[in-house]
Design a protein around this ligand. Structure first.
Ligand SMILES: *Cc1c(COP(=O)(O)O)cnc(C)c1O
Length: 404
């Protein structure tokens, strides 16, 4: 049982039938899933929802999977909201700085949300071989959920993807290849192989269901904040699925009367070495041209071109938010400082959101009275960390004065 009515091209509004395999629309744009929200509002109460246990499958009425046996689960949790108390005090941030730590999900990143839905829908629609280009986390999540569903995966990564990501993909059953190029180059191989290798393309926003999984971040955040959305959300933006998904979640929640009209400022954070959305935002454009020579160690946001660019830009603008680039050094300085002072190890992409928050305070774009949510989208443990070389030679007397 599902509340889906149909799918719609996000650019032209052209309608598509539910229950069939879909990629992009005829116009080459992402398809979005539409629901009978009136019926969802009658079928489910806030109280019933809050009483349920577990992670994002709790929001099943808002999701497209019909049959329970197709809901693939690896033990998802509701990810915690963590206050940066020391930092709040230091900055005088009365409104509160809240990190939503998505690193607690299966495979260590929020890609689990999107890929659990994409894989579950692929299963429901009878697909058996999935392929994607990935900077690491998406591939790991797809391999894990597809293996759990008994499906085959073929995965292409840029050849400088962190080894831990490539290795976890392989261990979790993905047939993974390194490519001497960036994620869009890997995407070309996946696109071309559709006919020749017979796989289904699960690239970001090139099928309609990853975004439905990412939407659960918005549902979950609203529920955790007792249906009172924050003043601003800082989101590390690559393909933008999460930002678009949360925006969709807020609109669906308003349509069923669970929240009001208030929306957070949606702030798309990118790295200075790969900031196509920031450039388009500042130029007042609707689309973001390919960013040449994309460079940043925050692999999840090293996305030179996004099919959903116009959807990201529309949500950011409609929310009264903005797009902001942060310097590479600021990302790692923020990661190191938050780890040391708060005991919270952010991934570089998550650290970028904190750097953007600090920069926004300095520039007066955000106030200390604003309640802000920063998205930490993966566990910091998956990324290279500064080496440690301090050494004790136990054959010599230990100089205890050094530990004071
Ligand atoms: C994929 C990814 C992002 C970007 O997410 P989008 O929703 O595709 O923009 C950010 N951070 C990490 C760690 C990621 O894996």
């Amino acid at each position: 049982m599902t509340f889906v009515t149909h799918l719609e091209c996000s650019y032209t509004g052209e309608r598509y039938r539910a229950g069939e395999v879909h990629g992009l629309s005829a116009a080459g744009k992402p398809l979005l899933v539409h629901y009978d929200l009136g019926r969802i509002g009658k079928a489910l109460t806030k109280k019933e929802l809050t009483a349920r246990h577990g992670g994002f499958w709790r929001y099943r009425e808002f999701l497209p999977v019909s049959h329970e046996q197709n809901r693939i689960s690896l033990g998802e949790v509701m990810t915690p909201l963590i206050r940066l108390k020391h930092t709040e005090e230091k900055l005088g941030a009365r409104g509160g700085i809240i990190v939503k730590d998505e690193g607690r999900l299966p495979t260590g990143s929020f890609k689990a949300r999107g890929l659990a839905l994409a894989v579950s829908m692929a299963k429901e629609l009878g697909l058996s071989h999935l392929a994607m280009p990935t900077n690491g986390n998406a591939g790991a999540a797809m391999a894990a959920y597809a293996s759990a569903a008994g499906m085959k995966t073929t995965i292409f990564c840029p050849d400088d993807t962190p080894p831990v990501n490539v290795e976890e993909i392989a261990l979790q059953g993905g047939d993974v290849y390194l490519v001497n190029g960036l994620i869009n180059d890997c995407g070309k191989i996946v696109g071309e192989g559709k006919e020749k290798a017979g796989w289904f393309d699960v690239s970001t926003l090139k099928e309609p269901y990853r975004i439905e999984g990412k939407k659960t971040m918005g549902l979950e955040l609203a529920e955790q904040l007792d249906w009172e959305l924050p003043d601003a959300i800082f989101y590390p933006t690559g393909g933008g699925t999460g930002l678009i998904g949360m925006w969709k979640a807020f609109n669906e929640l308003e349509a069923i009367g669970w929240i009001g009209r208030k929306r957070p400022k949606m702030i798309a954070v990118q790295a200075a070495g790969c900031a196509p959305i920031v450039k388009a935002f500042e130029a007042g454009e609707e689309h973001a041209p390919l960013w040449e020579n994309a460079q940043t160690a925050a692999a999840g946001i090293r996305v030179p071109a996004a099919v959903g660019d116009f959807l990201i830009l529309r949500a950011v603008r409609a929310s009264g938010g903005y797009a902001m680039a942060v310097a590479e050094e600021a990302i790692f300085e923020a990661r190191d400082r938050i780890a040391r002072e708060e005991g919270l190890l952010l991934c570089p992409e998550g650290a970028a959101t904190f750097a953007a928050y600090e920069q926004s305070l300095k520039e007066g774009r955000i106030s200390t009275s604003d309640r802000v949510v920063l998205f930490n989208c993966a566990t910091g443990l998956k990324y290279p960390m500064p080496p440690v070389s301090k050494f004790i030679d136990r054959a010599k007397p230990v100089d205890y004065s050094q530990f004071k």
